[in-house]
Design a protein around this ligand. Sequence first.
Ligand SMILES: NC(=O)c1ccc[n+]([C@@H]2O[C@H](COP(=O)([O-])OP(=O)(O)OC[C@H]3O[C@@H](n4cnc5c(N)ncnc54)[C@H](OP(=O)(O)O)[C@@H]3O)[C@@H](O)[C@H]2O)c1
Length: 259
Amino acid sequence: MAATAAKPGCAWITGASSGLGQALAQQMAADGWRVAVSARNSDQLRQLADAAQNLDGAIHAFPLDITDEAAVRATVHAIERDFGPIDQAVLNAGNHQPVLARQFASAPFRELTDINLMGTVHCLDALLPVMIPRKAGRIAIVASLAGYRGLPTSAAYGMTKAGLINMAEALKPELDLLGLRLQLVNPGFVRTPLTDKNPFPMPFLMPVEQAAAAFYRGLQSQRFEIVFPWRFAFLMKLLRLMPAPLAFAVTRRLVPRDT
Ligand SMILES: NC(=O)c1ccc[n+]([C@@H]2O[C@H](COP(=O)([O-])OP(=O)(O)OC[C@H]3O[C@@H](n4cnc5c(N)ncnc54)[C@H](OP(=O)(O)O)[C@@H]3O)[C@@H](O)[C@H]2O)c1
């Protein structure tokens, strides 16, 4: 049996110094959660924690680079020592770097694999040994709709996000049987520092507060996959189902021509 619906308790959010993670931390703290927030930028985390002092819940900063496996384990230990068992983990930290075939290099692949994929794996490696014996705990992994199908300029980013989707699907049935809830979060375009760098028009771009509200609603639901905005998710699901020649006819139109 999977865990029941989340009530405010102790949450851990990675990648909470900006964007989606930060907005989600604010909304969860406003709803009564004690939220441990992690990212590399400790100043931004502390500002977030200070600004939450009048909320029903609280925000506490735990600066962390998720590429450091030992530091991830120590952080989970410190959060649980200071605030009790983590009821809800949100593995949201991630980065993006565009890749063009004509400027191909291994560096962005290595960097995004280390952060998006192995960073998330490090978090699971720290969380599962403490959650499984308790038969309780909820984990949300943030991937992306870009993980559904290869998209121009997203060779490195999409590779990591497709990997996260597959990993979550592989772990979910067993975690169900162990009493843990695993959820997969696949956002479309959300206005954050990550997408502010994109030079192309982003269909159905969502304000971050609205996206965080959809994210939080999803965490409180029984759904495995949380997607937003739904119209872009619908289009990406169609693209995923298309036969390859048809899908390439669509994605070829997304190749940047001018660099
Ligand atoms: N915005 C979108 O349209 C969109 C769409 C689909 C999926 N997503 C996913 O949503 C998640 C949040 O992205 P966002 O849009 O909110 O971008 P963002 O504002 O750039 O946030 C990314 C967060 O990850 C943290 N981070 C990066 N590398 C880290 C590391 N090595 N260790 C710990 N923290 C690290 C960053 O903080 P520091 O730099 O301080 O470490 C930051 O807090 C990402 O996984 C992203 O791929 C976003």
